[in-house]
Design a protein around this ligand. Structure first.
Ligand SMILES: [Fe+2]
Length: 249
């Protein structure tokens, strides 16, 4: 699944389908409708529930940059918790929307943003990693051209995004995103589990999880060492695929 399809996939819970009610309904405040749609879109179209995706590699595949222990805990415990809690919130939202209970819909926004964002962010994150030394930065093509247009060269991009990611206060994410308005790649950060596209409009190409759960086992509290090391396990082919899909939107 590409970033674009992940972002745009729309889930319509059973009650919404049965009632014909859309979260874009003019009966709901526009920002509320927008955010509800965004969070619903992070869920899987398989049934009406979000599902924990399989990793595209083994848990030990990113050694020694990211340990088997970190990958196992991160995927089976942390990401799985976001999925579980998102599904609980989606069930409540389904009921609230179908009954027109705007107060309950509003009260669910925090949980939906956090758990929906957590599910979406991690689903993107796993796919933009690969075993060390298997996929090099491309020597030509659209990704190289876009990065050189914005940053001069890939090393400058790494430095800028690394510094921004290390500088995230508390927990959050560093991102490389595509701005459809300008046609440029841009670095960005998001706090907590705020999803990049839903909160900034940028289409995510590459994410760096800087929550401590992503690196504490391997790097303890030294976030800069983790961020500097993660460049060795980036799947540049996936990043370029996302860029091509974003440009085509
Ligand atoms: Fe994480």
């Amino acid at each position: 699944m590409t970033a674009a399809t992940t972002v745009t996939k729309i889930l319509r819970p059973a009650a919404l389908r049965a009632s014909g009610v859309h979260v874009h309904s003019s009966k709901l405040p526009s920002e509320l409708a927008k955010s509800a749609s965004a969070y619903l879109s992070s869920a899987s179209s398989s049934g009406n529930k979000a599902i924990l995706p399989d990793l595209p590699y083994d848990y030990n595949a990113l050694e020694p940059i990211i340990s088997t222990e970190t990958m196992t805990l991160h995927h089976t415990k942390h990401h799985n918790a976001y999925v579980t809690n998102l599904n609980v919130s989606l069930e409540k939202l389904d009921t609230a929307v179908s009954t027109g209970d705007v107060s309950s819909i509003i009260s669910l926004q925090g949980a939906l943003k956090f758990n929906g964002g957590g599910h979406l962010n991690h689903s993107l994150f796993w796919e933009n990693l690969c075993p060390k030394g298997t996929i090099d930065f491309p020597s030509s093509g659209p990704l190289k051209e876009a990065i050189e247009a914005r940053f001069g060269n890939v090393e400058n991009m790494k430095k800028e995004l690394s510094a921004m990611s290390v500088g995230v206060q508390g927990s959050g994410w560093g991102w490389l995103g595509y701005d459809v308005k300008t046609g440029h790649i841009e670095p960005a950060t998001c706090p907590n589990q705020d999803p990049l596209h839903a909160t900034t409009g940028l289409i995510p190409l590459l994410g760096i999880d800087v929550w401590e759960h992503a690196y504490y086992v391997d790097y303890r509290n030294v976030r800069p060492n983790y961020v500097n090391a993660i460049w060795d396990v980036i799947d540049w082919k996936k990043v370029e695929e996302r860029l091509v899909a974003a440009v085509a939107k």
